[in-house]
Design a protein around this ligand. Structure first.
Ligand code: SAH
Ligand code: SF4
Ligand code: F3S
Length: 494
């Protein structure tokens, strides 16, 4: 018989290649992370296997991502563990294990979760062995946990953003118990690495370079649910990217709530521009993207590094939020309308082929028609290539929620439509910019509506649909941009 592996004797580097079926789970769990999580993965694996044998079919798990790119990256970690313990991936929420990775940035995200939980309950009634789990930003709110405890007792597992690395351990507890398992941490200074991860795309990947946020924009709940800003060590980031490159990844996206303040709290401080310079030396990485840039921290160094690079993509997401200096001050954004416009002008001057996209909030407390007029003015002058427009959502606990002049809904709707129309006009104008050119795209997938078409992404982040076969997925091909249809192009291979 094969000898058993004692995880206490395995180094973190060796963990990836450990055969979970040979791990000794008769002993006590290791205290050290991530060894401890591999121990629980091995234990879960036994349960999943015996349950699957009993049912005579595989067990399925479904991970639902509800938030931003960081949330999506977390989902890849969840899925990685679910696959490692023996589940097969499912997209239907009728699976044996369903986990919602939630977002709470706006209230409609929360309402969606409650609505869908009702539907899940129906599935679970018909399938008693089913397990339902909730994690992500929304779970960091005490009022949410109260509500789930009281009104959604059929949920099996609840955890938050700070202890996601313990998912395997939680999963084990949930699989062997009938009560609701809840574990939420208020903060963490830990970054546990080297856990399994299942990428959605084999050829591209997000990489966390920092966690949390220190900016406390007055409307925003993220600093409360994601905690204080923590940068990862550059060496750890570079090692992860080298590993990804070795695994076939050619496009990466560096992720953080404010990447421009990367590295400030490291023992040996390093700027984001310096990090990018190191990243672009990694062999095999052809495209580098990043999200999100806060205008107040965007340095000349970053513009210079981007300009000189043929790997950093020609796209910058630069959230404006409002064009009114008065509102920006109330939002605690720490830049004025003029500073924002000057920054955009400088970027466009240095990197003329860059595409700039943004986020805008309409209906912040105290916002008047004149303030919206200022926003429209910035939209026209900055010439955004695209903008995500949001109706202000009151988040309990944020300073803005306590502000006196909340704007009536009807007025917000009206202003929102004006902003949206202006955004669409400028975006349409900008979008046609590359018409007639031949550009390189990374082929991402087959078109969902038309099988003969493939979809590729341009450096500027726009999509191109062109005739081709699935064998092109993950490859770089050149296409002519023959026709612009608003937010995407139709093209042909050249
Ligand atoms: N860290 C990023 C944004 C993260 S949240 C940044 O600073 O740009 C993504 C977007 O959601 C924000 O840019 C903002 O436009 C929007 N948002 C955040 N809180 C919101 C709220 N309370 N109501 C409406 N939109 C909000
Ligand atoms: Fe929220 Fe502002 Fe932090 Fe972005 S920078 S996550 S908007 S507090
Ligand atoms: Fe939402 Fe959390 Fe991202 S609140 S936007 S999933 S950081």
């Amino acid at each position: 018989m094969d000898s058993y592996i004692d995880l206490k004797n395995i180094t973190t580097e060796e963990l990836k290649n450990v055969d979970l079926d040979r791990v000794n789970v008769a002993c006590s769990p290791p205290d050290l992370e991530p060894q401890r999580q591999y121990y629980f993965m091995a234990k879960c694996r036994q349960i999943v296997k015996s349950e699957s044998e009993r049912l005579g079919r595989p067990l399925y798990a479904c991970t639902v991502t509800m938030g931003c790119q960081m949330n999506a990256r977390d989902s890849e970690k969840l899925t990685g563990i679910l696959l490692a313990v023996g589940y097969e991936e499912a997209t239907e929420e009728t699976a044996d294990f369903v986990i919602y990775n939630t977002c709470t940035v706006r209230d409609n995200a929360n309402q969606r979760v409650y609505g869908r939980l009702g539907v899940l309950h129906g599935y679970k009634r018909r399938k008693p062995g089913m397990k339902i789990a909730l994690c992500g930003c929304m779970m960091q709110e005490a009022s949410v946990i109260e509500k789930i405890r009281k009104s959604y007792p059929f949920v099996d597992l609840v955890f938050g953003t700070h202890n996601l690395f313990k998912f395997a351990e939680f999963l084990y507890t949930a699989l062997v118990s009938d009560r609701m398992v809840i574990d939420i941490w208020q903060e963490t200074d830990r970054v546990v690495e080297e856990l399994p991860c299942e990428r959605k795309y084999p050829f591209k990947s997000g990489i966390n370079i920092m966690f949390g946020c220190n900016n406390f924009c007055s409307y925003c709940i993220v600093p409360y649910v994601r905690g204080r800003e923590r940068s990862r060590e550059a060496e750890d980031i570079l090692r992860e990217i080298r590993g990804l490159a070795g695994d076939g990844v050619t496009e990466i996206m560096l992720l953080g709530q404010n990447v421009n303040s990367y590295g400030k709290n490291l023992e040996h401080p390093l700027t984001f521009a310096q990090l990018l310079e190191k990243v672009q030396e990694i062999e095999g990485i052809r495209r580098i993207r990043f999200m999100t840039s806060h205008p107040k921290d965007l340095s000349d160094d970053l513009i210079r590094v981007m300009k000189q690079s043929d790997r950093i993509c020609r796209h910058l997401h630069l959230p404006l939020q409002s064009g009114s200096t008065k509102i920006l001050r109330a939002m605690n954004r720490r830049y004025t309308k003029e500073q924002y416009l000057a920054l955009v002008e400088k970027i466009r001057r240095e990197i003329p082929d860059i595409s700039i996209t943004t986020d805008i909030i309409v209906g912040f407390p105290g916002e008047t028609a004149e303030d919206v007029e200022e926003t429209l003015d910035v939209i026209r002058k900055a010439g955004f290539d695209n903008a995500f427009t949001f109706v202000y959502s009151k988040r309990t606990g944020t300073p803005a929620a306590a502000m006196a002049e909340q704007v009536p809904e009807a007025q917000v709707r009206q202003q929102f439509d004006r902003v949206l129309r202006t955004v669409q006009e400028t975006a349409r104008k900008q979008a046609g910019r590359l018409l007639g050119q031949v550009e390189e795209v990374l082929v991402e997938e087959q078109n969902a509506h038309e099988e003969s078409l493939m979809t590729g992404r341009l450096s500027c982040n726009m999509l191109v649909h062109f005739p081709g076969g699935r064998e092109l997925i993950g490859q770089y091909v050149t296409v002519s941009l023959d026709e612009c249809r608003g937010f995407y192009y139709m093209g042909k291979r050249r």
